[in-house]
Write a protein that binds this ligand. Structure first.
Ligand SMILES: Cc1cc2nc3c(=O)[nH]c(=O)nc-3n(C[C@H](O)[C@H](O)[C@H](O)COP(=O)(O)OP(=O)(O)OC[C@H]3O[C@@H](n4cnc5c(N)ncnc54)[C@H](O)[C@@H]3O)c2cc1C
Length: 382
């Protein structure tokens, strides 16, 4: 029996780890990804703000050595959901089960002027490149702006504003800088009013200007002006953008998407094609696009695939739960737990920022590095 898993991010790594633990060599698990290494989303901010070095946050897929698991670095060029297979640069792969965990791609060019006049911090290249840009920045007007919805990790722009405040303060140029945050949401974290209130208070204390319910439509790279969707203009010296998101082109071309994303059964994560599952950011399952949700979906899909291959009734169901750590600056981290269930208002709990929660967030990364890559790793070295 063979399971082919496309995409080695949070979803694909959790899923293949569970399959290997359950079956060992009995089932062949093929994991395909175009990249040669994994980088946690939060590590992008750590590198960008100089808290750690680029080389310290790579998790090479060559280190994946789990029974039954074979990693192949290759680009997927076509998906055949009926044949449960994919065409790649390394040939054709098909299986008894096919899993699509290909995430969301970003498209900076979709926002006029962003490539020429701004910087995006959502790709590894973009965030790592900003490390040098920020270390050369002598102060000025900084705009952090979201260009479209949905976007990954909805708290990330708020975290970026707070970390930028600390960064500029430490470099002695906060007093000659302005920070503006432009976001499409009406509150920083809508499912958690407490977290939103704490963030708004933190913005006010730090003189970070908050512009809710707004998107950036385009930048004028000559005049250095950002235009909001409602026509408002804002001049900037440094623009840090969240680019437009979409499924990878190969997914769009597969014909599996509806309204831009792959629809799945919200409880089982099955697509409408027998034996084909989809997990994480590539889906429209109804949770925010974030690693913690992708990972939990990967776990549920793994449990269902284990039952399927054993010929047992499948019991595991996805519950929409996620636990999110929020960088508040001052080396403190807050925690939000939230559950998204179809037809219900998402409900969340909030724990105020502390150094203890910063350690808990570091442990979150450490445990994943151990579980997925069997390696010791510290997210931000002491
Ligand atoms: C700045 C930033 C901070 C973040 N912070 C957090 C955080 O603190 N907590 C959190 O939970 N989430 C965070 N996120 C979001 C998180 O990184 C993503 O939501 C998560 O990675 C999604 O997991 P996934 O498995 O669905 O997809 P991904 O992790 O994106 O994995 C998809 C994989 O598919 C591969 N792929 C795509 N197309 C092809 C192709 N054609 N052929 C071969 N391979 C392909 C990609 O190379 C990739 O490895 C953050 C994101 C950013 C940008």
């Amino acid at each position: 029996m063979r399971v082919v898993v496309c995409g080695a991010g949070f979803g694909g790594l959790e899923l293949t780890t569970r399959l290997s633990a359950a079956f060992g060599d009995e089932v062949e698990v093929v994991l395909l990804d175009q990249a040669d290494r994994f980088v946690f989303g939060f590590s992008k901010l750590d590198v960008m703000f100089g808290r750690t070095g680029p080389a310290d946050v790579h998790h090479p897929y060559a280190d994946l050595r789990k029974p039954g698991l074979r990693f192949v670095q290759t680009t997927i060029r076509a998906i055949d959901p009926e044949g449960r297979g994919v065409m790649t640069d390394a040939g054709w792969f098909d299986g008894d089960v096919l899993v699509l965990a290909l995430g969301a791609d970003v498209d900076p060019a979709a926002t006029p002027g962003l490539v020429e006049g701004g910087h995006e911090f959502y790709t590894v290249e973009g965030a790592f490149g900003l490390r040098d840009v920020l270390s050369d920045f002598e102060g000025g007007r900084v705009v952090i702006g979201v260009t479209s919805v949905p976007y990954k990790c909805p708290p990330a722009p708020s975290e970026t504003a707070l970390l930028l405040h600390d960064f500029l303060l430490a470099r002695g140029c906060r007093d000659r800088s302005e920070i503006s945050l432009v976001m499409p949401l009406p509150a920083p974290i809508p499912p958690s009013p407490e977290a939103s209130a704490a963030l708004l208070e933190a913005f006010a204390e730090r003189n970070i200007a908050w512009h809710p319910s707004q998107l950036i439509r385009e930048l004028d790279p000559i005049k250095n002006v950002a235009y909001f969707a409602d026509g408002t203009e804002m001049a900037y010296d440094l623009f840090l953008g969240v680019p437009s998101h979409r499924v990878p082109a190969v997914v769009a071309e597969s014909g599996m998407t509806v309204d831009g994303w792959i629809p799945v059964d919200a409880l089982t994560l099955e697509t409408s094609y027998p034996g084909v599952f989809a997990v994480g950011d590539v889906t429209s399952v109804g949770t925010p696009k974030a690693g913690v949700f992708s990972e939990r979906q990967g776990g549920v899909a793994a449990d269902r695939i284990i039952s399927l291959l054993r010929g047992a009734p499948a019991a595991a169901e996805y519950d929409g739960y996620g636990l999110c750590y929020l960088e508040f600056g001052n080396d403190e981290v807050a925690r939000v737990e939230v559950t998204f269930r179809s037809g219900q208002q998402p409900a969340g709990t909030y724990d105020a920022p502390s150094e203890l929660l910063a350690s808990e967030k570091a442990a979150f990364g450490t445990t994943r590095a151990q579980r997925w890559f069997d390696r010791e790793w510290t997210a931000v070295p002491e």
